[in-house]
Ligand binder design. Sequence first.
Ligand code: DUC
Ligand code: ZN
Ligand code: ZN
Length: 500
Amino acid sequence: MQEFDLVLKNAFVNGAYVADIGVKGGIITALGLNLSPTEDTQIIDCEKAIVTPGGIDGHVHLAQDQSPRAKEAGYRCADNVETGTRSAVAGGTTTVMLFAEQSRGQSLLEAVENYHALVASQGSYADYGFHAIITDPSEKVLQEELPVLAQQGIMSMKLFLTYKHMRISDHQFLHALLKARELGMIALVHAENGDLVDFFTEQLEARNLTDSKYKAIAHPSAAEAEATNRAVTFSTVMDTPLLIVHVSVPESAKVIRKAQANLQPIFAETCPQYLLLGKAKLDQEHFCGAKFICSPPLRSEKKDIDAIWRGLVNGTFNIFSSDHCPYRFEDPSGKQLGLTRADNGNPQGMFTKTPNGLPGVETRVPLLFSEGVLRRKCIDVKRFVELTSENPAKLYGMYPQKGAIQIGSDADLVIWHPESFTPRRLKHSRDLHDNCDYSPYEDIEFLNWPKITVLRGRVVFRDGVVQGRSGYGNFIKRGKCAMPVVRVMEQEWDVLHAAV
Ligand code: DUC
Ligand code: ZN
Ligand code: ZN
């Protein structure tokens, strides 16, 4: 007889069928009716509540204040690895993709080693992988260091087309994509035209228009659409799959949709803030707009937000990530860095000095379940699972170890409340487990929330309380992107290889 450490009885698996889920050694080993527990088996009766695979957040910044640049600016991230991953599991996310950031001139391998050491010192509640942020794609980094990272299972790089201290030139971008193609890595691109943003920022500053609401004007939609178009063009020329991260406006979604219709290898991510928060959030008294400063900024009206929702429904967006990057509001090293005094002594916001980013790793999965599946009913559970777990697992080379409720997959599971859940408005201090001091989503009434989160067979969150300690989370060694793409078998420039 098969033995189990854990059996989830009466699970409404992915909202599709009711079955028991048997778990042994952290792995799903059986799916069936009336699985028999033994004496030592832990049993959880799901009472036909929906059970989905543990969420995978493809975009999480934790302890991103270690770089010389962040130190110089005096930024302090609200979350380290321990608090950020504690928050993740409390919101049904069992795997987070973190960013190991290379400073210019630094070895990429050293940046990754440092980040490994940081995570080890703090311990993670969730499983995790790293994207390597490349700010200095030197010959050594691309030819010697990246292949080592690929062997270590770090199969993704993030490239920036904006931010003075991070952006790479088009020439460097092409080199990085060429290497990504060779190693089977996926490139994530922050697509904003840095010169356009810098130009408008300077113009606004010269006119003393620096309050939080001007952040939206400093980053015109065209800056995102132009850089997206460039990234799409380069990806196609290089025949290398690429993901545009945090797409925020319909103009870029349109570019992406057209490329996808053409079967170009383009994937796209959007985030809760671009579906649920509009430009009015930046225009609030008492510097409160600073709580909503992020890049790309919130600058949409309702009709544009609706267009982003449509992209989520029609498949333009493949993954839904948080871009969790929290700074406390009441912290002189957090959002308050952007509060200065005008010449007349009145308080004045300075969006250029306000750290960019919003918290959201805990609310991501419940928000999409509540808003997308239950309130708007514009996506079903299947699509919800694709966006929050299955596609990130495929894109980042973890499928089917992660992102699936299948025999052989890690037993990473979220048990939702049965229908008896009472809708409730979120209160940061009562409900969330991060180390920030606010949530951008406090106005929203949640129609459900994960009741239990299981990571590799262990209950890590139950009825509002995180269980156990940090340190159970493992580093996940990843393989190649498993999202289907149509490759162009022969490029004209393949002659370059032939000539070597
Ligand atoms: N924008 C980013 O690109 N990353 C972190 C936070 C933010 O607002
Ligand atoms: Zn970014
Ligand atoms: Zn980010």
